[in-house]
Each structure stands twice: as structure tokens, then as C-alpha cells.
Design a protein around this ligand. Structure first.
Ligand code: HEC
Ligand code: HEC
Length: 461
């Protein structure tokens, strides 16, 4: 017979067993759950920085999505600017040529490459690559250009086709801010997003348009004048301010166009463009609406100033509202992508490392460069703007912008855009010229050896 105490003991054991089972279940659940959410955060040095929480995981997913979407927009989005380049200017007809339903001789691949357009080799099927390699593709025939456009292989130019016919073209950010690595042939290779295309002759391309009346009307001049101005820009340059103030030439008679800057290495940089118009996303909205002529929304009441920006004030560029808006929703990812593009490292052998190391020391001390170009962002953290007097140049371009100053250029990747020169208008043909300018302007008394060391350092950034 079981006594009461035994029953009590039994029930105690039973209770313990139950508790143990519950604990075991909890433990197993925790382990399983732990394994499931065992996504580790490995940082760039390969260190395990601990497990990610759900919100961290969502941030990672979001970051990847923003990069993918931003890259897509940067490379391929025209924001509906076909309405300008094709419906208004008819540029697609000049590209196609009379033989292919357009007007004039058309643009052959040879001509396209000669005006600095680039071909994305990754968009070409292997059969075509082989044909080009064996010289079996007619690079003098505009029909070949149309075939390339159909493959979406012309960097920054997007064609829309109606059967075989080119119905319209639009331009994307990549037109000016990408190039290729020439791995297949000069002008044909893999995309390099963010690199300034200093071969691209935007003015000559735009001047091919059969109908420049919309631009002439905007500027209040005749079409011949517009053509002359466009052809005065030269390769690697564009004049974003022309469509605001109508100033096509500097007081010395030279073109008022500025160099296309790179769109990489911009993270941590406060103000953008040569004259610091605003943040990356401000400028993206500006360019997409006012320069590419996409359909979107843009607000910047600084443009309502009829003295400084007569064209913009008259055209209402300070407050643009298009319906539908094809731009605004793309701005977040577009900004994110640009901030993520690193400045590429200078290739080994392209500079002398020992001289560059000596130059780095000079940059920080004797040459006084780092007071403004603060490493590693090479611009000032904060309001990175200077009066023309502070850098020893004229105020023409500065005066065409709201703050009337020049922005301290971030210097990483200088080696990628040596063509066309340095400073906003390329006034210094080489880095050596830049160093000579600062040496006399800042009175830093560098020896010839020190100047060369500083140049080697600049080439290494
Ligand atoms: C027709 C050529 C052209 C196209 C197309 C173009 N840009 Fe630019 N971009 C320029 C030029 C020229 C400047 C310098 C403007 C200035 O300082 O006045 C510039 C400046 C910039 C800057 C500032 C870089 C810096 O150093 O701070 C960014 C960022 C930029 N563009 C992004 C874009 C994006 C994004 C697009 C597409 C929405 C785009 N650009 C389309 C020519 C172009
Ligand atoms: C007072 C601030 C200041 C100092 C000091 C300074 N810079 Fe600059 N730097 C600027 C500004 C502002 C610009 C842009 C000028 C323009 O756009 O015309 C610039 C532009 C440049 C550029 C051209 C970048 C490009 O993309 O074209 C180089 C190269 C450069 N600086 C190197 C140097 C070196 C080397 C020194 C030291 C010898 C130096 N800077 C000292 C403010 C400064």
C-alpha cells in the first residue's frame, strides 16, 4: 500500500519532471530559434560583430534593395525625358538617319565613339562580340548603332523601338557619370559607374538635334546661336547654369561650361557641385528635372531670383510640378547608390609610392592642403565652401550659384579624371599646374622635389 508520503514524493517527482520538460522545451526552442536567426554580422575586416536583430536584418535587406534600385535608376532611368530629347528636339531622328526613317546621315558607331559615347560590352551577345572581333560588323553604318541601342548597350542612352524603327531616345545619369574600362576596344568595355566621362562631347551630341527651337525659345536666342554655344563646350563639359542665367561665355570669351565631375567617393561630403548647390539628393532632383528634362517635382526658390537667374525665374524652374512624377520616388535609392560608389584605388605603378608618402606629409603640413582638403574625405567636414579669393581664382562661376563660392573638391580618384584638367573649368591642365598655382598663391615655397612629391601623392589618392 502506498502511503501518503510516497504519494507526495511521487507528485513532487512528477512536478520536477514536468518542470524539466518545460525547461527542455524552452531550451530546444531557444536553440532552434537561435540557429534560425544565426545570421552573423561580419564587418569589412572579417570580424564577427555579433548576431543581428530583426531590425538590423531589415536594415541589411533595405540597404541591398536601395543599392540595386539605385544602380538601376542611375544606369537606365530616363525619368520620361524622351519627351524633351525626342518629342521636342527629335534627336532620335538624327541618330537613325534618313536610311532608317530619320533625317540626315545618321550616327554610326564610329561617330558615336568619336563623340565619347561608350558601349557596354556586357550587354553584347557573344556572337556579336565575335563578329566585331573579326571585323564583320559595319561600324560606319547607323543601323549598327540602332542595333546597339536595341541591346541597351550604349551607356546612358536608352532607345525605345517601334518594331525596327527607333521611336525615341532618352538619356540617363550614366551618360555623363559613367565610362567603360576599354577592355574590349577603345570605348567598348565594362561599365565604370561614377567615373566622369571626359571624352563625352555633350554639346556636339545635343547640337545634332534637328529641332533646337525649344532650347532657343527658353534662352531667348535663335537656333544658330544655340548650336554655336553647344559646340563651344568641348569634350567632358556641360553647362548646367546656362539654362538658369543664359550666360554662355565667360568675360574672357571662353566657354562658360564646367567639367563633368565624378559621382563616386561622395559619402561624407556635405555640399555638391563645383559651386556647392546642395546635397547629392538636391542636385539629383535638380538635374533630373531641369537638365535631363525628366518629369518630376523640383522646388528651389533660390531660382526665382530674376537678376541672377533670369531664364530660370521666367521659366518657373524654382517650382516644377509634373504629373505623373517619374522622379521623386527614385531619389532615395539614387542617392544611396551614389554614396556607396567608392573612389577607385590608383593602379599600382601609376605613381611612385615613396614620393607619394613624402607628398602625404607635405599635404598635411608645409603645403597647407589638408586645412581644406581634410583626409580621408578631402573636403571640409561641415560647410565646405570658399570665396574665390580664398583659392585665388576669378568669381565668374561662383557668382552663377546661390552661395557665390567654390566647394572644396573631394580629391579621391583624381587619377581617373586627369583629361580635361582641374578646377571647375579645367583651367589647370595638369596636377603639376595645380600645385604650382597653390605654391605661388599660398606662398608655400616648395622645392621642385617637393612639388613632384605632392603630385605623386595626388595621383595616389
Ligand atoms: C549631361 C551631362 C550630365 C548628366 C546627364 C548628369 N550630370 Fe551630374 N553633373 C554634370 C556636371 C557638368 C556637373 C557639375 C555641375 C556644376 O558644378 O555646375 C554634375 C554634377 C553632379 C554631382 C555633383 C558631384 C560632386 O562633385 O559633388 C552629382 C552627385 C551628380 N552630378 C549626379 C548626377 C545624377 C544622379 C544624374 C542623373 C539624375 C546626373 N548627375 C546627370 C553632368 C551631368
Ligand atoms: C582654402 C581652401 C583650400 C586649400 C588650402 C587648398 N584647396 Fe584645393 N581646392 C579648394 C577648392 C575650393 C577647390 C575647387 C576650385 C574650383 O572648383 O575651381 C579646390 C580644388 C582642388 C583641386 C582640383 C580638383 C578637381 O577635381 O579638379 C585639386 C587637385 C586641389 N584642390 C589640390 C589641392 C592641393 C594639392 C592643395 C595644397 C597645395 C590645396 N588643394 C589647397 C580649396 C582649397
Amino acid at each position: 500500500m502506498r502511503d501518503a508520503s510516497e504519494g507526495k514524493r511521487n507528485s513532487t517527482e512528477h512536478g520536477l519532471l514536468k518542470t524539466a520538460l518545460v525547461l527542455l522545451t524552452v531550451a530546444v526552442t531557444l536553440v532552434v530559434w537561435g540557429v534560425k536567426s544565426d545570421a552573423k554580422w561580419i564587418d569589412s575586416e572579417g570580424q564577427n560583430r555579433g548576431k543581428t536583430t530583426e531590425s538590423e536584418r531589415q536594415t541589411d535587406v533595405n540597404a541591398q534593395r536601395m543599392l540595386d534600385d539605385g544602380k538601376q535608376t542611375f544606369r537606365f532611368d530616363t525619368f520620361g525625358d524622351e519627351a524633351f530629347w525626342s518629342d521636342a528636339l527629335q534627336l532620335h531622328r538624327a541618330i537613325a538617319g534618313a536610311q532608317n526613317g530619320g533625317v540626315g546621315p545618321g550616327v554610326s558607331p564610329k561617330t558615336a565613339l568619336a563623340v565619347g559615347l561608350k558601349v557596354d560590352a556586357d550587354a553584347l551577345p557573344e556572337s556579336l562580340i565575335q563578329q566585331i572581333r573579326h571585323g564583320r560588323v559595319n561600324l560606319d553604318d547607323p543601323a549598327t548603332t540602332l542595333a546597339l541601342l536595341k541591346l541597351n548597350a550604349v551607356v546612358g542612352v536608352k532607345g525605345t523601338f517601334n518594331g525596327e524603327g527607333l521611336q525615341s531616345i532618352g538619356i540617363t545619369c550614366a551618360l555623363c557619370h559613367s565610362t567603360v574600362d576599354n577592355s574590349f576596344a577603345p570605348g567598348i568595355g565594362r561599365r565604370l559607374d561614377g567615373w566622369a566621362n571626359r571624352d563625352l562631347n555633350v554639346g556636339v551630341i545635343a547640337s545634332l538635334s534637328p529641332n533646337l527651337k525649344p532650347v532657343a525659345d527658353l534662352l531667348g536666342v535663335d537656333e544658330a546661336t544655340v548650336r554655336t554655344v553647344l559646340q563651344s563646350w568641348g569634350p567632358g563639359k556641360f553647362d548646367a547654369e546656362l539654362f538658369l542665367d543664359g550666360k554662355a561665355f565667360r568675360p574672357d570669351g571662353k566657354s562658360a561650361a564646367t567639367l563633368i565631375p565624378p559621382a563616386f567617393g561622395l559619402a561624407g561630403v556635405n555640399l555638391h557641385t563645383w559651386t556647392g548647390w546642395g546635397s547629392v539628393t538636391h542636385w539629383n532632383a535638380f538635374v533630373a528635372n531641369l537638365e535631363m528634362h525628366g518629369q518630376g517635382t523640383f522646388y528651389d526658390p533660390r531660382l526665382n531670383d530674376p537678376v541672377k537667374f533670369p531664364i530660370a525665374a521666367r521659366a518657373g524652374f524654382g517650382n516644377v510640378r509634373s504629373n505623373p512624377d517619374l522622379i521623386t520616388a527614385k531619389l532615395p535609392a539614387l542617392q544611396f547608390y551614389q554614396l556607396a560608389i567608392p573612389a577607385p584605388n590608383a593602379p599600382a605603378g601609376s605613381f611612385d609610392p615613396a614620393a607619394a608618402a613624402r607628398g602625404a606629409a607635405l599635404f598635411k603640413d608645409q603645403a597647407k592642403c589638408a586645412t581644406c582638403h581634410v583626409p580621408p574625405i578631402y573636403t571640409e567636414p561641415g560647410w565646405n565652401m570658399h570665396t574665390p579669393e580664398e583659392v585665388g581664382v576669378d568669381d565668374f562661376q561662383a557668382k552663377r550659384s546661390p552661395d557665390e563660392r567654390y566647394r572644396t573638391s573631394p580629391l579621391k580618384g583624381l587619377w581617373t579624371h586627369q583629361k580635361g584638367g582641374f578646377y571647375h573649368d579645367g583651367r589647370f591642365a595638369t596636377l603639376r599646374d595645380v600645385v604650382e598655382h597653390y605654391n605661388s598663391f599660398l606662398g608655400t615655397n616648395l622645392s621642385e622635389q617637393q612639388k613632384s612629391d605632392l603630385v605623386e601623392y595626388l595621383k595616389s589618392l
